[in-house]
Design a protein around this ligand. Structure first.
Ligand code: ADP
Length: 572
């Protein structure tokens, strides 16, 4: 019942329209009542030789059928419109939620699983609203109407049939739980195949590079097989249930008419043959009520599992709007990090008590072996995660004094492998600043050494870059990302220099674009190139989550420590 309530709650704002539609369509199920009336009037009318009674009944029923057809038409329109509205609202809500959930939840979940929640699961919900709930309500209404009518016609026959139907209901209900369990399983397995599909799309180049086609195909085949197994199990349960229901249905009809006929022939029953046929017809409605209601409830159970998964997504923790409170710092540098410690999982310390400052307009390079914690420092500076201990301040203001949005407006970030959205070059640059003018975009592209290559593209700034910028080279993508950062014109830059080598020409263009971007800005750069490292005011050597050496290039060389080793590797 709670599940149905939750489903119904999706229709907020559309409930009246949906309910009217539901009642209109449910009326169609009342045809059992009309057919029963035909049997009653026609058979008893024939026996009484009353033609006008028979004709009147037929005319009346034709008029009612016509009226019902109109009701069903209106009902379908109301149901479709309100369901589509509710579902598209839910889709938008889930999409917006994905934009807001914390980076932690993003990294813990799989993109395929998220996609499955917003596509497969919501699709099942749509089916529930447009089909399953209709079945349930229609069945319920017709059940009540048929039972009432049966009792009006003959309470003894009605009571006998009702008792028999209750027994069959008990048998059918044995299938409810296994059916729900197997439906849950199917949904989960389906979601895991979506995950595999998403993997081969996002990791297409790795799959080709490492020749993983067969491995991936086998992996998918296994998942597909497990979906097949789960669906087969569900089909088996459902087949047994349907078979049994069908047997009971036929058995009841034959048994009832046979027994009632014997009573009439022996003149022991206080009912007519018309009543027997009418009640037998009404029995369909009652059986649909007792047997199919269970079956329809099973179907709707499927969507409860989907609804739970969509709700789980909607309830995921969102990114906080502010940094948590930190101990105040008395530091007016552009960035001040003091005694910061951080762990992703609260057990393994990734950053251990690190402190550093970047003066306004200054450049700090972070260097060190992979896995040392360089990117994590960036994630904390960007407010994607919050440190468990210590403080971070920007221009003398504590991180928590800024909203996360205003904090991020202070910073432009150029990642190692910049992400381009599927759209035009111009759109991709303009993501740096809301309402950026064409002039600003062109100027930024020029400063990022991107204008020439963009102009030579078939449609210039209006060229589509393809998914993730697949139509562009690594260096071109980087220069577009740099142009995006230039358009943003933020006072702090966080740059993650690419480790992959570009050709000489491209490298020079990118380096030059970086220099243009860095003018008059405060910069923290995860650096891999000697020239970048040498030109920075200060270098932090980060290893095992700690700053093990700091100073400028010359100072660090005199220490003959880790930096000296790194330098000889880079210059060698
Ligand atoms: P670097 O940038 O120096 O290569 P990172 O900051 O990426 O290092 O990683 C530092 C440590 O944190 C590594 O041990 C890495 O496995 C771990 N780490 C990075 N990101 C996550 C994450 N999202 N969840 C858990 N651990 C992570």
């Amino acid at each position: 019942m709670q599940g149905i309530k939750n489903l119904y709650s999706l229709l907020k704002g559309n409930r009246l329209r949906y309910s009217i539609g539901l009642v209109c369509i449910s009326m169609l199920n009342l045809n059992q009542i009309f057919i029963a009336t035909i049997y009653l009037v026609i058979f008893d009318g024939i026996i009484a030789q009353d033609i006008s009674l028979v004709l009147n009944a037929v005319y009346g029923l034709i008029a009612l059928t016509f009226f019902l057809t109109i009701l069903v038409l209106i009902g379908h329109i109301l149901i479709r419109v309100s369901s589509i509205k509710a579902i598209s609202f839910l889709r938008a809500k889930a999409f917006n939620k994905m934009l807001k959930i914390s980076i932690q939840n993003h990294s813990q979940g799989h993109s395929g699983d998220f996609i499955s929640r917003v596509t497969n699961d919501i699709q099942v919900l749509e089916k529930s609203l447009t089909e399953y709930l209709l079945n349930i309500t229609g069945t319920f209404l017709v059940g009540i109407a048929c039972i009432t009518y049966m009792f009006i016609l003959n309470w003894k026959l009605a009571l006998g049939l009702l008792t028999w139907n209750l027994i069959t209901l008990g048998i059918s209900s044995l299938f409810i739980n296994p059916m729900k369990e197997s439906s849950d399983k199917v949904q989960k397995k389906l979601s895991s195949t979506t995950t595999a599909i998403s993997d081969i799309i996002t990791g297409a180049s790795v799959i080709k590079l490492y020749n993983l086609k067969n491995k991936m195909a086998r992996r998918y085949e296994q998942k597909n097989k497990s979906v097949y197994k789960a669906v087969s199990k569900r089909v088996e349960i459902s087949a047994v249930m349907r078979g049994l229901n069908s047997f009971l249905r036929t058995f009841s009809a034959i048994g009832f008419i046979a027994i009632a006929s014997i009573f009439i022939m022996k003149e022991k029953g206080d009912f007519t043959f018309g009543q027997v046929l009418a009640i037998n017809q009404l029995q369909h409605g009652v059986r649909i009520f007792f047997q199919s209601l269970g079956e329809f409830l099973n179907q709707v159970q499927e969507s409860f599992a989907g609804l739970d998964r969509v709700n789980e997504l909607l309830e995921m923790e969102e990114e906080p709007t502010h940094f948590k409170k930190m101990p105040a710092l008395n530091n007016n540098n552009a960035i001040a990090v003091e005694n910061v410690s951080f762990s992703y999982n609260c057990t393994d310390t990734v950053l251990n008590n690190i402190s550093f400052e970047v003066r306004e307009g200054g450049t700090v390079a972070i260097v060190g072996p992979s896995g040392g914690g360089k990117s994590t420092i960036f994630k904390l500076l960007l407010g994607l995660y919050q440190p468990q201990d210590g403080s971070i301040s920007y221009f003398g203001e504590m991180g928590h004094d800024y909203s996360i949005d205003s904090l991020r407006s202070l910073m432009a970030y150029v990642p190692q492998d910049p992400y381009l959205f599927n759209g035009t070059v111009k759109e991709n640059i303009s993501y740096g600043k809301k309402d950026a003018s064409d002039c600003e975009i062109f100027a930024a592209a020029k400063a990022a050494n991107a204008h020439d290559f963009i102009s030579s593209l078939e449609n210039g700034y209006d060229t589509m870059v393809g998914e993730r910028g697949i139509f562009l080279s690594g260096g071109q993508k980087q220069r577009i990302a740099i142009a995006r950062a230039i358009v943003k014109d933020a006072p702090i830059l966080l740059l993650d220099e690419a480790t992959s080598s570009l050709d000489n020409e491209s490298e020079k263009l990118v380096q030059n674009a970086f220099s243009n971007l860095m003018q008059n800005k405060t910069t923290v750069i995860i650096a891999h190139r000697l020239s970048t490292i040498k030109n920075s005011d200060s270098i932090l050597v980060v290893e095992h989550g700690q700053i093990i050496e700091r100073g400028n290039h010359d100072e660090l060389l005199t220490r003959a420590g880790v930096y000296t080793g790194l330098y000889s590797k880079l210059s060698g």
